[in-house]
Design a protein around this ligand. Structure first.
Ligand SMILES: [Zn+2]
Ligand SMILES: [Zn+2]
Length: 125
């Protein structure tokens, strides 16, 4: 998905890098400031791994499983080259969060909003 009109993209790792480098007069995108961005990305990585989009799959005798979102078709309706097919867009849920009934919570969860970029969130909705 690409956007035609220019708009602000929010990246939580970039935001964090800017907050620690810019007050010190260090550019976050180049030189030593770049390590701030790497550090922020590293810190977010395990959280993103827990809170990732996909589809709960229930199979008899196996219980509940979780299928990660297909990076190619993102669960959209149709027949796709990636091998996915379906009549409807598949609903997307968080791999980790549960709702009050114990089911996977609808994506994006509150945590996802803090650890994914606005572009990534848009692409998974
Ligand atoms: Zn697919
Ligand atoms: Zn979550």
């Amino acid at each position: 998905m690409s956007s035609q009109k220019p708009r602000m993209t929010r990246d939580p790792a970039v935001d964090a890098a800017q907050r620690v480098t810019q007050p010190r007069g260090i550019p976050w995108a180049v030189g030593p400031g770049r390590y701030a961005l790497h550090g922020a990305r590293e810190a977010l990585a395990p959280i993103r791994e827990l809170h990732r989009p996909g589809h709960p799959v229930y199979t008899q005798g196996h219980g509940a499983d979780f299928e990660d979102l297909c990076p190619d078709c993102r669960g959209k309706a149709g027949v796709h080259e990636c091998g996915c097919w379906g009549d409807y867009d598949r609903d997307i849920y968080c791999a980790t969060c549960r709702d009050e009934k114990g089911r996977h919570a609808v994506w994006p969860c509150a945590t996802a909003l803090l650890v994914y970029t606005t572009d990534e969130l848009e692409e998974t909705q």
